[in-house]
Write a protein that binds this ligand. Structure first.
Ligand code: FAD
Ligand code: NAI
Length: 475
């Protein structure tokens, strides 16, 4: 006999598992289906984010940064370490442990919230106004029915045409997080978020890193002042970043990959790498859902088509996260998941796309929320700006990390904060204050008048807000 639920979520990444928990909290009988397998074939919920994305990349970024500090930064603090050596096997093992803790945490949360978990692939069999039938193919094969379905199937790495990921020489994010030796010559195609984070990890561990990027501008979506500083810092660290290239033929030999490309001057070039990471964006996962069979509409780019409330073309079928339009970020997926669960329960869930923060976990970290200066210019918005360098912050000096700055952009008339851009230590944590401020539609003066602990990096946020009015106290 078929099991019947109020809500069935297909996909157990940050969009899906959070939607399932919220739906269950609201009293709805809920199931979540996820097909991700760990190395032993068991369930590994958490999706891309937990298994081959946010969590393992941040674990390796942290470990490689400690290694870099031990090699280069501790000496300035009067700590002399001799014979620093890398135990890559242990570093990767620690990363895998962190991933497993997160997988297990989600299974525990499902139990605690009474979410029924199915390990397998879910696909639509029937979708009708009064209910949906979903087939699960996995450890066991069964059919379940639901009043509402939330599609949260996420995304996969985009491959270059005719260059498949073999995860040995040509790597996606999965292989990039699992190299068992440090490649001497590491190539990356795409200077986006993954290219910069993974390039940083392996450079710190000893690779010569070359990044090939198609666009002529570096980090085009980032505020120009921040992108300029980031380019300066990454280049100083040793990342070779070639912009405006056109990738040609890529051929894999036994133990190396040859990339032919045209540089920004139109000259043909050839680069040979021991490993090549391709990080040129991601594509939505819709294969296997039987979207066509039930008439679930996709948009022209292959994402599940949704309206502003994440409603799809089918009644009571919703979709959230990477499989729909908008930034491919775990916290955006989570917000949509919660909002949809609340809408199903008759509440008014809401996601504010203007206050979704972005973070790039390089060193220095880059974080921002709201509009960039170039966006405000192109939209003809009159604005004021204020910046404060970490060089003038006591805590940053004590830390020994004074790179970068905080930059505020505020409405010229009302002083409402329109964007905050940070490059520097702990930018990922500092940005939260700006998100809160913008969510409450605060002015830069509101931040400038709030007492910030001394000495703290957060004083730089206050000082940048003061700078909007030309009255920084410490710079
Ligand atoms: P996913 O996490 O992709 O989860 C979808 C799940 O659905 C998967 O488990 C998949 O196996 C499963 N699934 C698919 N089809 C089916 C089916 N038919 N039946 C059953 N299960 C199915 N974002 C951040 O915000 N911060 C970061 O620091 C960050 N770092 C990243 C680093 C890397 C290397 C990568 C690749 C991504 C990173 N991201 C980061 C992006 C983030 O991982 C995604 O935005 C997020 O995982 C999207 O969540 P989701 O739930 O929509 O999809
Ligand atoms: P991305 O969109 O960030 O960057 C892709 C880059 O590749 C772009 O600069 C693009 O111009 C370039 N590119 C595209 N085609 C190319 C080609 N043929 N030749 C050369 N360059 C080419 O995508 P990325 O880095 O793959 O990451 C995917 C997504 O995952 C990100 O957009 C982000 O949403 C998410 N992510 C988030 C992280 C975070 O929040 N810290 C970390 C890592 C990923």
């Amino acid at each position: 006999m078929s099991k019947n639920f109020d809500v069935v979520v297909i996909g157990g990444g940050p969009g899906g598992y959070v939607a399932a928990i919220r739906a269950a909290q609201l009293g709805l009988s809920t199931a979540c289906i996820d097909e991700w397998k760990n190395a032993k074939g068991g369930p590994a919920p958490g999706g891309t984010c937990t298994n081959v994305g946010c969590i393992p990349s941040k674990a390796l970024l942290q470990s490689s940064e400690y290694f870099d500090h031990a090699n280069h930064a501790f000496v300035e603090h009067g700590i002399d370490i001799k014979d620093v050596s890398l135990n890559l096997k242990k570093m990767l093992g620690r990363k895998d442990t962190v991933v497993k803790q997160n997988n297990d945490g989600i299974l525990y949360l499902f139990k605690k919230n009474k979410v029924t978990f199915f390990h397998g692939r879910g696909s639509f069999v029937k979708s009708e106004t009064d209910g949906h039938e979903i087939k699960i193919v996995g450890t066991v094969e069964e059919s379940i029915t639901a009043k509402h379905v939330i599609v949260a199937t996420g995304s996969s790495p985009r491959a270059l045409p005719n260059v498949d990921f073999d995860e040995k020489l040509v790597l996606s994010n999965t292989g990039a997080l699992a190299m068992t030796d440090v490649p001497k010559r590491l190539g990356l195609i795409g200077a986006g978020v993954i290219g910069l984070e993974m390039g940083s990890v392996w450079r710190r561990l000893g690779s010569d890193v070359t990044i090939l990027e198609a666009l002529p501008a570096f980090l085009g979506a980032v505020d120009e002042a921040v992108a300029k500083e980031a380019h300066k810092q990454f280049t100083k660290q040793g990342l070779v970043i070639n912009l405006g290239v056109k990738i040609g033929a890529i051929t894999s030999g036994k133990s190396e990959v040859t990339v032919n490309y045209t540089d920004d001057k139109g000259t043909a070039q050839k680069a040979i790498f021991d490993k090549l990471i391709v990080s040129i964006g991601r594509v939505p996962n819709t294969v296997g859902l039987n979207a066509d069979g039930v008439g679930l509409q996709l948009d022209e780019r292959g994402f599940v088509a949704v309206d502003a409330d994440c409603k799809t073309s089918l009644p009571n079928v919703w979709a959230v996260g990477d499989v729909v339009r908008g930034p491919m970020l775990a916290h955006k997926a989570e917000e949509e998941g919660v909002a949809v669960a609340e809408r199903i329960a008759g509440q008014h869930g809401h996601v504010n796309f203007n206050t979704i923060p972005w973070v790039i976990y390089t060193s220095p970290e880059i974080a921002w929320v709201g509009k960039t200066e170039q966006q405000l210019k192109s939209e003809n918005v009159a604005y004021k700006s204020g910046s404060f360098p970490f060089m003038a912050n006591g805590r940053a000096r004590a830390l020994g990390d004074t790179t970068g700055f905080v930059k505020f952009l505020a409405d010229a008339k009302t002083d409402e904060i329109l964007g905050v851009h940070i490059i520097g230590p702990m930018a990922s944590e500092l940005i939260a204050e700006a998100v809160v401020a913008m969510e409450f539609r605060a002015s830069s003066e509101d931040i400038a008048r709030i007492c910030h602990a001394h000495p703290s990096l957060s004083e730089s946020v206050k000082e940048a807000a003061l700078a909007v009015d030309g009255r920084s106290l410490n710079f």
